[in-house]
Write a protein that binds this ligand. Structure first.
Ligand code: TYM
Length: 331
């Protein structure tokens, strides 16, 4: 059985980008594969070092995972800091990770720009921790969005380097995975970039957002002037609305607005109204389930405990072998 792993940082609530980029694919894979899903709380400390609500965020994300359809009886769901083997493998991988390659990571360069007063070592070595998350279970497929592609490339480099340095065929080289050919990027509502957990939260639709909040965010989403020529290429902001619509609406609805656009008859207000209602239809059952799960702390605790035990079984075997390969043995 192939091993599949994915994860998310608990820095806020899950949004449509997380869902369509990573979760949906993972849920589809859980029956046929040996699946691990984890909450990357160590990783979140690279950007939120004094997070006063880390604990609440971890709990939220756990409830959101479960609401999205991850079945803890089939897959293994755990919290990163419950698995110290990951931290040990991270340390060992760091010994063979080079400053130059770590500095070249796009995510690191972005963070230097976005948090110049906190360029910490955790940010620099973010890719080695992520590689450790993946290869501690010898996972081969990693359902993620497009923004994680480079991290997967670096994971393959670290796995390959380990095999070469110690002359073993130990770690497989994992790939970023999507059922479709291409990895997904759900755009944000501000007319550029990707949907993400921005300061204001206005760039993203969260699974937990109430219908009236969704309507407001969508109606405020950036749009361009209407088309003036038939079959005109769509500007980025309009292409973005269509991308979100493709994720949540029926193909007929998308085709309907596409035709209106191409005939220059589109009214963005109408398109946005439809989009908001389709998002609400999609998120409402998830939202209800999240609220239900958050009220059941005993259940969440049980899931986390059971997940930690299952993850430990898989990881302890790997770390034991890694220690032997490197030569860390009893005297
Ligand atoms: P994070 O927390 O930023 O995002 C979690 C997952 O959601 C995907 N995603 C998106 N996909 C499409 N469109 C978007 N707008 C969008 N925004 C987010 C991400 O690609 C990701 O799959 N480094 C990871 C967490 C992590 C991890 C791992 C993932 C740590 N170790 C090991 C996989 C395997 C991160 O920051 O994801």
């Amino acid at each position: 059985m192939e091993k599949v792993l994915s994860g998310i940082r608990p820095t806020g609530n899950l949004h449509l980008g997380n869902y369509f980029g990573a979760l949906q694919n993972f849920v589809k894979m859980q029956k046929e594969n040996n699946c691990f899903f984890f909450i990357a709380d160590y990783h979140s400390l690279t950007t939120h070092p004094t997070s006063h609500n880390l604990h609440a965020n971890v709990k939220n994300v756990l409830a959101e995972y479960l609401a999205a359809g991850i079945d803890p009886e089939i897959a293994t769901i755990y919290i990163q800091s419950d698995l110290p083997e990951t931290a040990e493998l991270y340390l060992l991988l760091n010994m063979n990770a080079y400053l130059g390659e770590l500095e070249r990571a796009t995510s690191f360069k972005d963070k230097i720009r976005s948090q110049p007063n906190n360029v910490n070592a955790g940010l620099l070595t973010y890719p080695t921790l992520m590689a450790a998350d993946i290869i501690i279970h010898k996972a081969t497929k990693v359902p993620v969005g497009k923004d994680q592609e480079q991290h997967l490339e670096m994971t393959r480099t670290f796995a390959r380097r380990f095999n070469r340095m110690y002359n073993v065929d130990f770690f497989p080289e994992p790939v970023a995975y999507n059922f479709g050919k291409n990895l997904i990027k759900i755009p944000g509502l501000d007319g550029s970039g990707k949907m993400g957990k921005s300061e204001t939260g206005n760039n993203a639709i969260f699974l937990i957002d109430e219908p009236k909040v969704i309507r407001k965010k969508i109606m405020r989403a950036v749009t361009d002037a209407g088309p003036t020529k038939m079959n005109q290429k769509k500007p980025v902001s309009i292409e973005n609305l269509f991308s979100i619509m493709k994720a949540v609406s029926s193909p007929d609805t998308v085709a309907y607005f596409d035709e209106l656009y191409n005939n220059c008859n589109i009214r963005y207000g109408d398109m946005k109204k439809q989009l908001a209602e389709d998002i609400i239809k999609f998120t409402t059952p998830l939202r209800n389930r999240i609220i239900e799960l958050l009220a059941d702390n005993d259940y969440l605790r049980k899931v986390a405990k059971q997940g930690a035990e299952k993850a430990h079984e898989s990881a302890s075997k790997t770390i034991k072998e890694v220690r032997e390969i490197i030569g860390i043995k009893a005297i």
